[in-house]
Ligand binder design. Structure first.
Ligand code: GLP
Length: 241
């Protein structure tokens, strides 16, 4: 695992964006795994800047979301389908039809999860997967105790994750209880992993992921198993290393 500690969030965004841009330059129709949350927003803004400046062409890129809430229709402003439209597709000028998101409103969620795995495989697998990390060490919505070889499936959100994400909803009770998420085994199959974390609130989770034992109690520790995993941190997120 490569750990890169940078002075601030701006540098994290720029250095991590370089990894994504390189993958897209290598292959015009690169498959990019997309995370939601606040952590990758700077990285997405940097990619959008490069596109606007004519330095990067993402028109052939295909995106796959890490996860989606169960029960929020794609038009709901907090569904990850909406969030990725606002934060990735629109700013990068990417056709929203090229961004795939698990169907959290499917009548048969198990079938939707299996179909999502098939779609990733049919696209040739994920070239580079962008990741944030939850304060409890989750990646995607793989909460602590997630099995290390798990595939896309339905999960129950941890109380801490629901509390952390309540800021996006009018009332805490509106935060969905379940989600569909790529599994840890799915994430490990991406050819490259790029995890970004900023701020002191992530320092414990980052330390557990990077220096702790490989453990389902810290799902992000699976990055230790990946041959091409990069962790891009500002000094605050790296404070407990
Ligand atoms: C969310 C997402 C994760 C994200 C994490 C951290 O709930 N499902 O993909 O990495 O929690 O979010 P943030 O970047 O806002 O701290």
């Amino acid at each position: 695992m490569k750990v890169v500690i940078l002075p601030g969030a701006g540098e994290v965004a720029r250095v991590a964006a370089r990894r994504i841009a390189e993958a897209v330059r290598r292959r015009r129709d690169a498959v990019v795994g997309l995370a939601t949350g606040s952590s990758p927003l700077g990285l997405y803004a940097e990619l959008a800047r490069q596109v606007a400046a004519g330095e990067l062409d993402v028109s052939g890129v295909r995106g796959f979301a890490l996860d989606e809430y169960v029960g929020l229709p794609p038009a709901h402003p907090q569904s990850y389908a909406s969030v990725l439209r606002r934060t990735v597709a629109e700013p990068l000028g990417l056709d929203p039809g090229r961004v795939h998101v698990p169907d959290g409103c499917a009548a048969d969620l198990d079938a939707a999860a299996a179909g999502y795995e098939r779609d990733i495989r049919a696209a040739g697998g994920i070239d580079v997967q962008i990741l944030g990390i939850g304060a409890n060490g989750h990646i995607g919505f793989n909460e602590p105790t997630s099995s290390l070889s798990s595939r896309t499936r339905i999960k129950t959100l941890a109380p801490r994750t629901r509390a952390d994400n309540a800021r996006f909803f009018a009332f805490p009770e509106e935060v969905p209880v379940h989600c569909l998420t790529q599994g840890l085994g799915t994430i490990l199959e991406a050819r490259e992993l790029v995890l970004v974390a900023q701020g002191e609130a992530k320092a414990d989770a980052v330390a557990a992921a990077v220096e702790g034992p490989l453990s389902s109690m810290c799902p992000a520790s699976v990055l230790q198993l990946h041959p091409r995993a990069g962790v891009y941190l500002d000094e605050a997120a790296a404070a407990r290393l």
